[in-house]
Write a protein that binds this ligand. Sequence first.
Ligand code: KG4
Ligand code: ZN
Length: 331
Amino acid sequence: MRVLGIETSCDETGVAVYDTDRGLLAHALFSQISLHAQYGGVVPELASRDHVRKLLPLVRQVLAEAGLAPADLDGVAYTAGPGLVGALMVGAATGRALAWALDRPAVGVHHMEGHLLAPLLEDPGLKPPFVALLVSGGHTQLVEVAAVGEYRLLGETLDDAAGEAFDKTAKMMGLPYPGGPELARLAESGRPGLFSFSRPMTDRPGLDFSFSGLKTQVLLAWQGSDQTPETRADIARGFEDAVVETLAIKCQRALDQTGARTLVVAGGVGANARLRERLQALAEKRDARVCFPRPAFCTDNGAMIAFAGALRLMAGQHEAAVVTVTPRWDM
Ligand code: KG4
Ligand code: ZN
């Protein structure tokens, strides 16, 4: 089965074709970063308009790269939520219209299920059960995955998501949008241990997170410092170490609690090199396995939606031809 995947939940237009026999045939991504950078964050209306401009050219490009005609597709999957409502509507309307014109089934995919299943895209040997750490700009969750479609929430953030904390902290220290990757880059030259921030909620049992207090600690440290580039890098390093260590402690707990031997990491913060290193070390120590998608499939992309959609369509799930999206949606 060959499935076209469309991702338009935020500020990236992602398109891909996944073949259930041959794997990923082609994928393409257009990032709107430069469009939103001057505003310091995503402007929803501009995001929707740019998806309208970029989506069909990307669909044509991906089909050409895969060597397929539209009629060679067996189904269409699109992100139906959560996300920005206008942006989601562009992907949903386009996906539905294509499917209707081709007389193929279409399925709306949960964006976070796309992230959660992304590690399986390129690793056919990876199968549930496992524990997934989902760390994106909007979510921070630990999920027990018994089977595809069988998810149990173990813990989640009570306030800011980890990616959101990265972005807000970066902005506070004057780094350009999008701040997360920029702050991580800066932390590489920062010295460890000069600024030490707390590991929130690790001193009590449970698997929930809270990152908003950490952001405030960083703000106070930054305002009270000499604000030189070196100090900014040292603070960035202290912040990154605190987030990474907090996530690692909770992952370890989740593995203990569930008895799982495999940890899967997904979502934009999963691209963070220090987090990858730290969780790798944790897994080695416990004789467990940790799996990450390649960094390009950690952040938003069409491939994860094509893949998750293909699994759903193969299981016989698709919806009637109505264009609906769900901007707020629990997995
Ligand atoms: O999954 P994603 O692309 O979009 C959402 O669904 O939210 O995640 C984006 C988030 C942003 O908050 C971004 O700052 C963060 O992932 N991010 C990173 C890194 N790359 C992306 N955070 C820390 N280190 C990185 N290298
Ligand atoms: Zn995402």
